[in-house]
Design a protein around this ligand. Structure first.
Ligand SMILES: *Cc1c(COP(=O)(O)O)cnc(C)c1O
Length: 339
């Protein structure tokens, strides 16, 4: 099976497993795991933030970011296709007691004008808008890069309106590599940033939340409360550290393969959006039925809508697999055309 459902399906490499096996460990709830401490320092530096905290998942780092940026009854403003709004099991309501205000916008982006129009004045009737969340790259929009200038503009507007900014950077390094822009340049415009090591970077587990010292100190309490305090976590943190040290630049290969895949599918007669990073969205007649046929050809992907499927390139797919996927899809399309 060629698995293009997500970049989360990768297995740790041999070198990564060696790093895990040899990692010095301690009790991280006591702050005594040297590998976790190294990872946190490494990622804080990479993102240009004072501190970072290691957590089990991107959902947890996003939700800690939300929790620290709001009080009960406050409003969180985000794009209607945001991961935080759609795929985190209602956690903003469940864990932080906040109201989520989804806005529309081109390609996952909230414009400064839309933000300004959504922020309501101080009045006893209105929830208090406290936090703007944006996503880079944007998952549902097809791995779209949040342009730095656009992000800087909307973040500046948020600040003017008295809101904090959280950046869901699960795939921030895809954006950084694709644009040759250091990740920290986006982070400058955000109060808190989450990044995942378990997506394209290929670690089996892990996400980090970065911010200033005081925020991350509070985040340690929130992580404990949310059930994410881990003990000898160096065993898994070592994989994340390895991923940040060795797998960032190679994301360019995933982007090349996504382009190659899109071009091949285009030649085979499919309507494909030109990918910016490692996610390819393809139009088909009926997504679920198409995916079943594709699976019979040995290829796994996920539905994005009733007539769009998503294919994601990653560390465990090479050029040979991309060719095989294009061939499988070509067979399906010509079969459909002959019918
Ligand atoms: C995957 C992802 C997350 C975090 O998901 P977890 O599975 O909880 O690690 C957050 N935001 C985006 C945009 C994602 O794609």
């Amino acid at each position: 099976m060629i698995d293009l459902r997500s970049d989360t399906v990768t297995r740790p490499t041999e070198a990564m497993r060696r790093a895990m096996a040899g990692a010095p460990v301690g009790d991280d709830v006591f702050g005594e795991d040297p590998t976790v401490n190294r990872l946190e320092e490494y990622v804080a530096e990479l993102l240009g933030k004072e501190a970072a905290i290691y957590c089990p998942s991107g959902t947890m780092t996003n939700q800690i970011g939300l929790y620290l940026g709001t009080n009960r009854g406050d409003e969180v403003i985000l794009h209607e296709a945001a991961h935080i709004f759609n795929y985190e099991a209602g956690a903003p309501a469940l864990l932080s007691g906040v109201q989520v205000r989804p806005l529309s916008g081109e390609r996952g982006v909230v414009s400064p004008e839309a933000l300004r129009a959504a922020v309501r004045p101080e009045n006893v009737h209105f929830p208090r808008p406290k936090l703007l969340c944006l996503e880079n790259t944007h998952n549902v929009a097809g791995g779209r890069i949040l342009p730095l200038e656009g992000f800087a503009a909307v973040a500046a507007e948020a600040r003017t309106l008295g809101l904090k900014v959280h950046l869901d950077g699960a795939r921030l390094f895809n954006a950084a590599v694709a644009t040759s822009t250091p990740a920290r340049e986006w982070c400058e415009h955000a109060d808190t940033v989450s990044v995942c090591s378990s997506k394209g970077l290929g670690a089996p587990v892990g996400s980090l939340l970065a911010g200033d010292e005081e925020t991350i100190r509070e985040a340690r309490r929130a992580r404990k409360a949310f059930g994410g305090g881990m003990r000898q976590a160096g065993v898994i943190a070592a994989a994340s550290l390895y991923a940040f040290e060795h797998h960032i630049e190679r994301l360019a290969e995933d982007h090349e393969r996504a382009k190659k895949l899109a071009a091949g599918l285009d030649r085979a007669g499919y309507r494909v959006e030109e990918p910016e990073t490692n996610i390819v969205l393809v139009e088909v007649r009926e997504a679920e039925e198409f995916l079943r046929a594709l699976a019979r050809e040995g290829v796994l992907a996920t539905p994005r809508s009733e007539s769009t499927i998503r294919l994601v390139t990653h560390l465990d797919v090479g050029d040979g697999e991309i060719d095989a996927v294009v061939e499988a899809a070509s067979r399906l399309n010509s079969a459909a055309l002959e019918r």
